[in-house]
Design a protein around this ligand. Structure first.
Ligand SMILES: NC(=O)c1ccc[n+]([C@@H]2O[C@H](COP(=O)([O-])OP(=O)(O)OC[C@H]3O[C@@H](n4cnc5c(N)ncnc54)[C@H](O)[C@@H]3O)[C@@H](O)[C@H]2O)c1
Length: 421
């Protein structure tokens, strides 16, 4: 099939490369000319495990452009993968979705064949039907379900494991407006073997939010339990093993630490809370999940101050800036509140991350960046923020280490303390 993908960030680019691997021709559309140029030179604009290889292997099947007309004309199905960030009040910002839906609509007007439009960006329930559909109809002068098909196909990939998640998902959710769209999407995913669930458009949207809110809640829950365990001298990871073996609970997402970040959980949790507020519904559990996550990273600074009460003038090494390993994404990384607090108390920061320093420099140009993890270790104390594999090989022996992610090797440090163990 011929596919166009609007927005070539983490989701768009991974989808494009994986669809190409599945044998489809893909045209990527982005308003960012630099990204378009890079893709056409077969350079991946983002770091994601396995993506570079996939991208270069299938480069003949992937083209990029900023021209919607070319992309829609030359394809049968269009995936909308643009960003859906938060507004200041936490509610969803649909401005990128709006622009892309308008442009797609304009191009559909020129097309004499049926075309499928698929919403892949994460959007609050009701958006595809009540916001995207009217825009497509207004600008194409065609009716949904007749002149074009409409579907909502949320993406569940995890950064760091995105390629594997896309190609071997637990399930594919296909929310449809019309039957033909469901049939087309199933055909497109025919070579991926997993349960494929057909739902309404808004159920598909809600499945994505409920999923992320639940996973975030699982982490905040174990962190709350972890804070109690620490008081009792219990290793929370033993508790996680013990409860995780219960099939009703499961072990995944029970790694206690300094909380969740990234481009999805924080904004999706906020958007769901804001949506509920607008619709006069309460979100007590989800709001607590958020609150725990705000406080958890600062526990690392509290523990640090047991050993270095006055941080003013001290140098603190930071191991890891990415919100999790195997990605260069620093959005809402839990290191951000920690660095803010350390700077407020007058500490000097020496930070190191194997992949995320360039992105972090855009947020914090004035802290010190190290060329190796060992250089960051050479500080008055070290905080472990991200569980990068290479940190397991460091020599921590003479150091003061406060660990937010449980790296066993770090326990050999002169002084070692974990956040929940
Ligand atoms: N990143 C993830 O792990 C992940 C996982 C699942 C779902 N999602 C959801 O997928 C969506 C995309 O996320 P992302 O992380 O890939 O975003 P991103 O910010 O990395 O990329 C979005 C891209 O869209 C482009 N864009 C913006 N407006 C455009 C327009 N009008 N036309 C063409 N291109 C345009 C931007 O230039 C950018 O390259 C979001 O809704 C997100 O919540 C993300």
């Amino acid at each position: 099939m011929k596919i166009s993908i609007i927005g070539t960030g983490y989701v768009g680019l991974v989808s494009a490369s994986c669809f190409a691997k599945l044998g489809h021709q893909v045209i990527c559309v982005d308003i960012d000319k630099e990204k378009v140029d890079k893709i056409n030179k077969s350079i991946s604009p983002i770091y994601e495990e396995g993506l570079d290889k996939l991208f270069t292997t299938h480069k003949d099947k992937i083209k990029a452009t900023d021209d919607y007309s070319y992309a829609i004309k030359q394809s049968d199905v269009t995936f909308i993968c643009v960003g859906t960030p938060s507004k200041k009040d936490g509610s969803i910002d649909l401005s990128f979705v709006k622009e892309s839906a308008k442009e797609i609509g304009k191009q559909l007007k020129q097309k004499d064949r049926w075309h499928l439009v698929v919403m892949k960006s994460t959007v609050v329930p009701g958006t595809t039907n009540d916001f995207v559909l009217p825009l497509l109809e207004e600008f194409s002068l065609k009716k949904a379900g007749e002149g074009f098909g409409l579907a909502m196909n949320p993406e569940f990939l995890k950064e760091g494991l995105a390629v594997k998640d896309f190609l071997e998902p637990d399930r594919i959710i296909i929310g449809t407006y019309d039957k033909k769209s469901g049939y087309m999407l199933k055909k497109l995913y025919a070579n991926i073997s997993c349960p494929k669930i057909e739902t309404s458009l808004s159920a598909a949207e809600m499945i994505k939010y409920a999923s992320n809110a639940f996973l975030a809640t699982k982490i905040s829950f174990i962190n709350e339990i972890g804070n109690m365990c620490k008081k009792l001298g219990i290793d929370t990871y033993d508790v996680a093993e013990g409860i995780g073996l219960d099939k009703r609970i499961g072990r995944a997402f029970l790694d206690s630490g300094i909380g969740w970040g990234g481009s999805c959980f924080p904004k999706d949790v906020d958007a769901l809370i804001a949506w509920a507020k607008e619709n006069n519904e309460k979100t007590r559990i989800i709001e607590s999940t958020r609150e725990i996550n705000e406080q958890q990273p600062l526990k690392l600074v509290t523990i640090l101050k047991k050993y270095i009460p006055k941080l003013n003038g001290k140098t603190i090494g930071i191991l890891g800036l990415a919100f999790k390993p195997n990605t260069d994404d620093v959005r809402e990384s839990r290191v951000i509140p920690i660095i803010d607090q350390l700077l407020k108390e007058g500490a000097t920061i020496k930070a190191y991350d194997p992949k995320a320093m360039e992105n972090f420099k855009k947020l914090y140009p004035n802290i010190n960046y190290c060329s190796s993890a060992s250089e960051a270790l050479n500080s008055d104390a070290v905080l472990i923020i991200t569980k990068w594999e290479e940190f397991t090989e460091l020599d921590f022996k003479e150091k003061i280490v406060i660990d937010g992610r449980k790296i066993e090797e770090a326990k050999k440090a002169k002084i070692y303390e974990g956040v929940c163990w």
